[in-house]
Design a protein around this ligand. Structure first.
Ligand SMILES: [Zn+2]
Length: 117
């Protein structure tokens, strides 16, 4: 099913201020469901529209993907624009599991294989 024009307008309007707030998103989803749009479709549509909007504002270096849902998110954003989870928490976890600096990046080949006697 095609996304109704009204829903497209609502999404466009909501994205005018760069981001989609949780309330705005809920409003759009609710309106779409009332019009008979399957949740999966409206979900995909909003995600695509948000991604496109972000791409027009931020450069490649300024964007990242949400570790939870994979949606495009500006680096400066503390919250995913799609699933609204806190991204600061995820970044901290990523930092914690980084390889310690004192570990060699690639193991040195052994100079001579040890021969067992
Ligand atoms: Zn997300």
């Amino acid at each position: 099913m095609a996304i109704p024009k009204k829903i497209k307008q609502l999404t466009e309007l909501a994205l005018k201020d760069k981001v989609l707030t949780q309330v705005e998103r809920q409003t759009i989803v609710k309106a779409a469901l009332e019009m008979g749009v399957p949740e999966k479709e409206i979900d995909a549509y909003i995600r695509q529209a948000t991604d496109e909007r972000i791409r027009t504002i931020y450069s490649k270096e300024e964007m990242t993907h949400c570790p939870y849902c994979g949606a495009l998110t500006p680096l400066i954003s503390n919250q995913c624009l799609h699933c609204f989870r806190d991204l600061r928490e995820a970044r901290n976890i990523t930092q914690q599991i980084q390889i310690p600096r004192n570990l060699p990046l690639s193991p040195r080949p052994r100079e001579r294989p040890q021969v067992l006697r």
